[in-house]
Write a protein that binds this ligand. Structure first.
Ligand SMILES: [Zn+2]
Length: 109
């Protein structure tokens, strides 16, 4: 989250913004980040910065796997102990997305 804060402040400074008003994050299901903790954690670390009190929007992205056996895509919204193709049940899957955590946009005023 510290990285999010410094990136948001960097964006505001580069664009002549006085405050960061809104941050949109996309959090993958396998990113290891718990979405509901993001806002409160950010509130604490942004205190006293130009991002203090900004709105935080969190988009949750599912983990998407491609089956090596049949080629179908399977989505998981939460981490599981094991992953199987929803179509054929194969465990030979390749992770395509859902492991990343990224900033989608930063709103400044
Ligand atoms: Zn399959």
């Amino acid at each position: 989250m510290n990285e999010v804060l410094s990136t948001a402040i960097g964006v505001a400074e580069k664009n002549g913004g006085k405050r960061v008003s809104k941050i949109t994050l996309r959090v993958g299901a396998l990113s290891g980040i718990v979405p509901r903790f993001c806002s409160s954690m950010f509130e604490v670390i942004s205190e006293g910065t130009i991002a203090e009190g900004c709105e935080m929007v969190i988009e949750e992205a599912p983990a998407v796997f491609k089956c090596i056996n049949c080629g179908e895509l399977s989505e998981y919204n939460e981490p599981e102990h094991e992953y199987k193709c929803h179509s054929c049940g194969s465990e030979q899957l390749r992770l395509l997305s859902g492991y990343k955590f990224q900033i989608v946009s930063v709103g400044i005023v």
